[in-house]
Write a protein that binds this ligand. Structure first.
Ligand SMILES: Nc1ncnc2c1ncn2[C@@H]1O[C@H](COP(=O)(O)OP(=O)(O)OP(=O)(O)O)[C@@H](O)[C@H]1O
Ligand SMILES: [Mg+2]
Length: 397
């Protein structure tokens, strides 16, 4: 008899609350399928992604390195960094809290997981209790060194929601594609060739060529989807592989093929975004800093569309300085709640402050008209309807 298929729970990160992490003295972020962080230089956009990166890194490692966070604490008076996330897992709400004392070496002050009002993890000053999600099987928790209970608790007993949450956090990816390194990356294809599935895209995109090669050999449909985009306004397409040289070629309508090592920065980025979109494994949350980098304004429509399509399958967070990229998003996604725009400022002594465009729109009628007529970017940067919010009060780096 066939074993019943395991259905994967859909997990959605609804809210993140961060305290005393870099410029994030006390911020609450409501998250959507696609969340865009906007704000002047040094307003704290990257710090938000750094905070989330630390969470996934801690979950992946399990152990807390002892001197992990000292350099990351808010420069004002504080001894504790706090993270709290609100997550919807299927129909169930989970509230996970992690408070770290970072004065001397990093210690866990509080770790709590509440699933539908039941406290599954309750750890205070490094020790406590973990129970199953039906309230049974209470076990005491006292690791010899600081360790996240969320990671180990999901390994035993009846904890499907806890496991889904732990896996969800571990799968977040923070992409930072590096065109130069992607071009010269010389990871041998031979080992990947025999793999039974597409290699995952690493955060710098160094495996991009290998993934394309794998698709050329085993999954032509995916390569065709990427080529369709590449050739949209030109003759370009990825064609063949020279096994001896471990190289992949672009056909650009000339007699000879051109090595992918000679492709432009923007082309490499465009390829990376499309490989991400067409890849069979899409991470549970994707963060990208300034996806507009290296791209001509006309290509930003393509990027906005990739991000919108990605956000139909996973959660996406981006930072941007590009009014044109913001204009390229469908404003209906804003009204329907699929997309959120968070506007950041870093106020001296107070740290990063966040204003949610959704909230601001409620009492500024003219803003909706402007967004519909000219786009989200024009409304934020050109309309003067948000001047009081967008005017830089940041402490410049
Ligand atoms: N420990 C700290 N306490 C308070 N503020 C800090 C701390 N460490 C860094 N900062 C501040 O955080 C700010 C940098 O934030 P961040 O890198 O997130 O900016 P950003 O919005 O991504 O800017 P950009 O658009 O230039 O990339 C700087 O003003 C820096 O002084
Ligand atoms: Mg930044």
């Amino acid at each position: 008899m066939k074993s019943p298929k395991k259905t994967k729970k859909t997990v959605f990160l609804e809210e993140v609350h961060i305290k005393n992490f870099l410029s994030l003295r006390d911020v609450v972020l409501p998250l959507k399928s696609l969340t865009v962080l906007v704000g002047p230089n040094a307003s704290g956009k990257s710090n938000i992604l750094r905070a989330l990166w630390h969470l996934t890194a801690m979950m992946n490692m399990g152990d807390l390195p002892t001197d992990f966070m000292q350099e990351s604490i808010w420069a004002g008076k504080s001894t504790e960094i706090r993270f709290r996330i609100g997550v919807k897992i299927g129909e169930v709400l989970a509230d996970y809290k992690l408070e770290l004392d970072v004065t001397d070496k990093t210690q866990i002050n509080v770790e709590e997981l509440i699933i539908d009002k039941l406290k599954v993890i309750s750890v205070y000053e490094g020790e406590g209790e973990v129970t199953d999600e039906d309230g049974k099987n209470i076990t005491s928790y006292k690791p010899s060194k600081p360790k996240l209970a969320l990671k180990s608790a999901s390994d035993y007993g009846n904890k499907p929601v806890t496991s889904a949450l732990s896996e969800f956090i571990q799968d977040w990816k923070f992409y930072d594609f590096k065109p130069y390194e992607m071009r010269i990356s010389n990871i041998l294809y031979e080992d990947i060739k025999v793999s039974t599935k597409s290699p995952d895209l690493d955060i710098y995109g160094l495996k991009l060529k290998n993934i394309l090669l794998y698709w050329l050999d085993n999954d032509k449909k995916r390569l065709e989807s990427v080529n369709k985009i590449l050739g949209k306004n030109s003759e370009r397409r990825i064609t063949e592989y020279n096994e001896g040289k471990n190289d992949l070629y672009l056909s650009e309508g000339c007699e000879k093929l051109i090595s992918l090592k000679k492709a432009s920065d923007g082309t490499m980025r465009l390829l990376a975004y499309h490989v991400l979109l067409n890849h069979p494994h899409i991470p549970s949350l994707i963060a990208i800093e300034e996806p507009e980098r290296n791209l001509h304004p006309a290509a930003l429509k393509e990027i906005a569309s990739v991000l919108e399509r990605l956000s139909e399958r996973t959660q996406v967070i981006i930072t941007t300085h590009s009014s044109q990229l913001l204009d390229a998003f469908n404003p209906e996604n804003l009204s329907s709640g699929k997309m959120g725009v968070l506007m950041l400022q870093n106020i001296p002594g107070k740290g990063t402050q966040i204003k949610n465009l959704e909230e601001i729109r409620k009492d500024r009628e003219a803003l909706d008209g402007w967004i519909a007529d000219f786009g989200i970017g024009s409304a934020i940067f050109d309309s003067e309807l948000l001047q009081d919010i967008t005017e830089s009060q940041s402490c410049q780096a």
